[in-house]
Each structure stands twice: as C-alpha cells, then as structure tokens.
Design a protein around this ligand. Sequence first.
Ligand SMILES: [Zn+2]
Length: 1012
Amino acid sequence: MRLFATLFFLITTITIDAQTGTYFQQEVNYKINVTLDDVNHILYGDEEFEYINNSPNTLSEIFIHLWPNAYKNAKTAMAKQKFSSGDYFMLWASQKDRGYIDSLNFKIDGQHIAYTTYQNYEDIAVIRLPNPLKPGGKITVYTPFRVKIPSGSISRLGHIGQSYQITQWYPKPAVYDKEGWHEMPYLTQGEFYSEFGSFDVKITLPENYTVGATGDLQTETEIKRLDELSKTTISESKNSSNEFPASSKQTKTLHYVQSNVHDFGWFADKRWIVRKGEIELPHSKRKVTTWAMFTPESADTWLKTGIKSINEGVYYYSLWTGDYPYNQCTAVDGTISAGGGMEYPNVTVIGNVGSEQSLATVIIHEVGHNWFYGILGSNERDNAWMDEGINSFFETRTILKTNPNPSKLGAMVGNEKIDNLIKLDKYSYQYITEELSYLLSARTNEDQPIQLPSEYYSNMNYGTIVYKKSALAFNYLMNYLGEETFNKCMADYFEKWKFKHPSPTDIRSVFETTSGKNLSWFFDDLIKTRGKVDYAIGKTSKTEEGYRIKIKNNGDISSPFSLDVVRNGLTISNQWFDGIESGTKKQIQINAQKGDLIKVNAVTGIPEFDRKNNTARTFGILRTTSPLKLAKLTGIDSPDYTQLFWLPVVGWNDYNKWMVGLHLHNQTIPSRKFRWSIAPMYSIAANNINGFANIAIEDGIFNYGIVAQKFSDSTNKDGSGNATSSYTLLSPSVEAKLFANRGQKDWSGKVNASWFILGRRFKNENSASLGNTIGYEQSNLTAGGALNHMRIQVNIKKKFLRSELRLRSSVEGGELTDYGLFQQQTVSYDYVYHGKGKKKIRTSVYYGSGSGFRLNAAGQTGLNDYLYDGLFFGRSATEGLLSQQFLRTQGALALPTTFSADKGLLSFNVEVDAPIKLPIGIYGGIAFLNNSPVNCPNNGEPCSPTTPKQIFNAGVSLPLIRGIFEVYIPVLYSQDVVNEFKRRDMKFGETIMFQLNLDLANPFYLLRNISL
Ligand SMILES: [Zn+2]
C-alpha cells in the first residue's frame, strides 16, 4: 500500500513537472447536516460533497482530513508537537477530554468504499477511487460521521462547559495542486490549506443557543431572533451571569450557505449578548453586516470595541487590498487555546484577551484573516508568512490608522505598571510591539528565516519571525515603494488571486510587475534568509546643495535604505536609495536644506538590527556617537542613546559578611552584541573591595567573554590576629554554538574553551614580620603567582517527545589540579513519566579519570570547587550549614562524604519526582572509586587504600525551585559512609545537602537562554 502510494506520488510528480506553470484548482461543494448533543458533547452528522477535478491529471485516490482525530490519543502529530513544546496534557488526558471522529461510512457516487488511514496519521484518510477521476470529472462523496468534541483547553476544536468551538470538524479533502496532494496532519503550531467551494450547512441544537458561523443565515425565525437580541440592553439580557442556563427542550435548525470559501466554522453559546453593526465598503459602497457575540463577563470591553473593531478591520482591509466579498462578518467571544484568537471565513473566535486595546488588536487581526487566509488562500502550513505575516502588517497599519496613540506592551497584557517601569511610552508602538520582538530572536542569533514550514520554528520564533519580522518586512517594502505603489501591488495581488491559492512566486510576480522593480532583496534575501539589515552612517559634510554622506552596509542584505534630514525633531527631507553591497561603503549626495541630524533608515517598523549607528549630527565633534544616558535597573534598548544602568547590590558570604555596592552595566532588552557589567562591593568586616565583572561579545555562532570575580574565602582568628585570604578569578573564554540555525530545534549545544587564572592574597592585621599595622596587604600567592588552568567542554542536548538527553564532556588540566590532565563525561537522560506537572525520572551516568587529580564521589562543596567558578556562601566551611551547600557535579552523590578517587570514578544517579503537586521526590546513587595503592609508612610496601571501592546512598529530595534551590535528605547509605559519619561525629541534620544555583536565578541569564 505504502509502496504503491510512493510510486503513484513519483509518477504524478513527474507528470506535473512536465507541465509547470499551468495553474488549476479543484472545487469542493459541501452539504452538511449536524446535530449538537450538548449533554455528551457529541456532534452527529452526515456530509455529502461534490469533488470536481479541474487538474490535467487523472486521480486514482483522494486524501481526506479527519482532523478531530488529532485529539484521539498521545500518538497523533498534534500530541507529539505539544510534547515537544513541553505540554503533556494529551498524554494523561482522560477519555472525557479527548476527541475523535468515527461512524464514517464513505460512499462514492452511491457505492460503498473502504478507506485507510494514511501512514500512521489517524487524522488523514486515503480512499482509492473505484473509478479513476478524469480531468474535468466529478464525484460525489457521502458519509455519516460522529464527532466527540474534545476539551477546549487543548487546541482549536473543543468545548468549555457548554461553550462550543466547532472547527476543523468534518471530513474534508486535502488540496491537490500542481505540486500534488497536500495531505497534512492537524497541528497546533501550523495552520491549513483547503480547497475553495461552497457550503450548505444545517445545524440542529437546543433553541436557546446563539450561533456565530461561516456563511449567510437562511433561517427567517433566527434572523429575527438575532435582530431582537441585538436590541436588548445589557440590563434586559436574561443571562447577566456567566453561568450556563439550562438548555431548551425544543431544538431549532439553522441553515447557512456560502460560496467562495474554503472552510466552515461555527461557535455556539447560550449566554451570549449580541450586537449588530454595519459598515459601508470603501470601493463598492456595498454594506456588510457585522456581529459581535460575547459573554456577560466580557461585556464591558466588547461593548466598547467589539463592533467598532470589526468594522474598522473590514473597512481598512477592504480599502488597502480589495472589498470584502461576503455579506456578514462576525466575531465571537470564546475560550480558545491556540493563541488569542482564531480565524474562519466570516467568523472569528476571540480568547479572553484582557484590556480594551488588546481586544481591539485581536479582533482586527482575526477579521483581517478573511483576506490573508480566507480570500487569498495560500498554503499556511508551508508559507505562514503569507497569512500571519502579511496580516500582522495590516493589523498594525489598521491600529495606527484608527488609534493615534495606542498604548504599548503593558496595556496589551493588561498591566499599565509595566509601561511605567520600563518607560515604554518613550518608544513608538511599532518599535515596542514588532522591532523588539524580532530583535529578541535576532540579537541572540536564534532567529530563523521568514520562509519555513510552520513546524520547523521554535515556539518563540513562530511569533517573533513569522508574525513580527514579516510585518516589519512588509512595512519596509511599503516605505521603499511608497504607499501608493504598495497599495496598487496589494490591490493587484487581491484581484488576480482572490479565491485562489497564491504561492510565494505568485505574490512576488505581482509585486515586481506592478512596481516595475526587481525585488530580489525582499523575496530572496529578507524572506528566505536570516540575513540582517543594518545600515550605519559615517562622515557627513555640507555641500552647496545639501549633504555628502558616507553610508556603510553592516548588514548581510543589499536592501534599500532611506536618508532623512531632521531639523528640530522634524523630518525636512526623506529619500530612498537602492541597496549597496553588504560590507561596503558609499558616498551619497543628497539635496536638502540645513538640518541638525541625518538618519539612515529612520523609519520605525523595519527590521533594522542596530539603530544606534543610524544617526549623525551635522555639527560638533563625535558626530556619530550617540549620547550617553544613565538609568536605573535596565531598560529597552534605545535607538538613540548609549545606555548605562545602575542598581544597588548587596552580597553576603561568611568571610566578607555583608557587602554593599553598585552594579553598573549596559544590559538592555533585547541584549546587544557587546555587553559588560561590573559590580564592586565593599565589605565592612574585611575592609576590602570585592565583586564581579564581565564582558561578552556575541558574534553569530561565536561568543567571546571574560568573567572576573574577587571575594574572600577564609578568615582565621588566631594568635597572630585576623587573617583573611581572598581569591581573584579571571576567566576568558570562547564558545561556539552547535546546530545553530539549521532548523533542528530539537538539538542544541556548544563547545567552550575556557582559561582560568586564579590569584590568592593574604592579609594579616598584625603582620609582625613586617611590623605593619592594620591594612597591610601582602601578596602571597600559593604557587608564586597566578595559577593557570585550561578546560575544553562540549555540551549537547537533544530533545525527544517526552525526554531529553544531555551530554557534557570535558578535558582539562593545569595548576589548579596540580598539572593533572583529566576528563569527565556525563550523560543525563530525563523522562517525563507523568504528564501533569511534568514529573520526571532523571538519570545520569558519570565517568571521570585522569592523572592523579582526586574526583569526588559526592558533588563539589565550596572546599573542592577547584575552579572557583561556583558561588558559595562558605567556600572554606568544613562544618555547619554553609558546608552543606554543594553543586551536583562529578560523582554527584547527594551526600556530605569526602571519599574521592584519583584514578577513576564511575557513578550512576537517579531521581524520581513524586507524581503529586508538592516538590518532593526520591533519589539514589552509587559510585565506584578506583584509587592507587597507598604506600604503607613502615615497610614501604603497597597496602590497600582506606577509601572504599564503592559507596551508595538513597534519600528524599525536595526540589523547592527546580534547578535553583534543591534540598537532599539522605536516608540510606553504605557502611563506609556510616563509618565516616561516625568518625566525623555528624548528626542527622548535618548530612542534609542543598544546592543553590544563583547563576540560574539571574534574570539576565534567563533572558539570554530564553530559547535554549
Ligand atoms: Zn493570525
């Protein structure tokens, strides 16, 4: 079967290759009857569709999507996609929460016919046609069906109580176009591609439901009912609470028809308040009816902006592309789990989005999809930028047109305080909502091209690239072409491709023909690559007619650029130029009156990688250096200023005691390529300056950095007075990312080479030998100077559906380990065994060996953190609470044992989270120690080592904040450990260990690793 399918596919592909260029599209006309059982949440239906083969090929099979089966079990493509993004709901969902389609019984032209599922996809059926379908031929396919409606908290089809979202719900043929069949399993991240045709749908359900649906309602009594509902005031609305009223015993049947659409969705709720509006289309002046349907709970915001936003969406998208070709446009308030809203022809569902402005934004966006998805039906799964991207561009364009001062991010998430905290109001709407989103991905080099199949994107990039970078790209194109030419291109694209399946080549061809320009920089470079746009301005000099300006293209793309002359904050001249080669400079002469500033690519809302190098002053010195601005904490990366941030810091360790200081840094959101920070802190107890500093340069796949830290690590109060020792660690490193930007989001890794330079200092208050008083510092390095140590480490991570495999491999050596060269290998494997709360079984195997350096069977405490790169409160503590802080590295047994091995150490560790809400688990480990024989002092003969050959332990773990603060309580351990504890006279409380990873709690660290 499969072999045949492959062969067939090859043959069709070859046939099609021979006739490229001939566009055709199939036609599917549906008649569906469906009844909602709102007690058991089931749809009973039957469907008949006419399939017309307009292709030049004879079809011997037909692919049919059975997308409700995506909710069937944990093996579906959607379930797997959810697992890979960390959502394990489908793994443990009860039967009640799952969904499926069954009771299928296909008849083709009246003849019963069997179907098989395609490969392992239960949501794709393939039917061998009894008679091949010739070009121009037509078949009628009939089937009854039953849909168990899944929980609405999974994806797009579902119900929350008796609020229904009936989408992707009926058997539906896949698209067959010049590339062949486009069968695709249902996914949450990744949308659809469907054939145009007509729908005739009858929905039967209890009388007191209100329905928002695709198509024109034909049922007179219901038309009247909706009209009346739209006139009732809120206080008259019977359902003033959000409770579901009981369902009527009587049912009603609603009849809808629509043509020139490729999908049919409907939404039903008994609580909805209904509002009706009307909008006159800009070109034809035809009137379109608009409907808003919402729950009493969200009435406030929906009354303010529901109809208004639908009308604005319909009007401006019509104005800028082409008139809305249908009679009605509806937005309903529903609970949706795939983003803030979801689009279907004529009807969109909006989630609970908070503030009035965010509701307006989502409504405009979803209404806009009637054009970019609905009318221009491109393949969304393969080219999501053609719908989400272009639609996001028009969403912003509409918002900026209808709201002169839209508030920023804070308002969008319903929290104005965020606005004030990071002073978003200083920046433009497009800079905050689009440019910064794109830069979050681009500045860390985690970005992906705009053109990729949806399932290849990381979660973050699906938003920051497909939606935001695409919107920026189209705004760039509009500014370059000019609004008039751009509008003409869009209008031509709409006219030529409405109710069809345009491809990337098709939109390009329209834009190039209409504009008369070669847009290779846009369609080949900006869309298909990760290439950055980054123009910089150099020397400017006044000429008789205007200015001579040196422009440098620091970016990767030869894209166009603009030059603005600004006087007193107002642009007095703006000109666009075709791009110059990446890496080159060019002198440009512009004619302009005298200004104060000259800016390259000043327009906001384009993907400019770095705006700090875009402005030059026309007078004074340091004309291209942006002025310095000092601010608290951190902030948005400013396009205009060089930023310096400060914040007070407080630190504590057992030797310096409390330290106070100042943290100065240039870390912005998003981060910049060059970053530094310094945090000197004064210790009153030790009367010295401590702290840390670092410099980092992120350059594509290579990162370079230096970290430095200085703290005291022991104090000694003996007869000679207070002695303090301090250490200074300086560590330059170079790091290369592995698997970067290859569309392999499941793999990540890096190779890191670090050099550790450690210095020690002793300070004695009464150093008798030198006869000095307080404050004398003596350089007393343990090995006559700085100690050097080198390490090369490889980290590789592979994510599987329910598990993760990690490898850490290192080779190191140097003076910090007495010149011993040694290697350490750790392989860890975590498996999610319980979906709720992501409870895991964590295992790891460690092997380390080398020339004489002693490896710990347990993890490293402050005492044996030989690289000095961990943060410990008591670095030299041998007893008490501070000695119980450790890092689970090396043998990693969570036990305060001092056993170590000088020839080789092998250990196995396992930890199992309890399948309950509380952060508790059990752990165990075993270590095998290989030690050199020790020389017995008396006769010089080798005698057996005192260290055991193996030890084990087990206990209870409390991962209070997983990865940051974890506590280990040993319960069981081997006899040698028992003996050690006895010898050291340790009480139970002293055997508890804790891990405190302060690096991970650093917000900058989290920000930088956001997509790892
Ligand atoms: Zn969208």
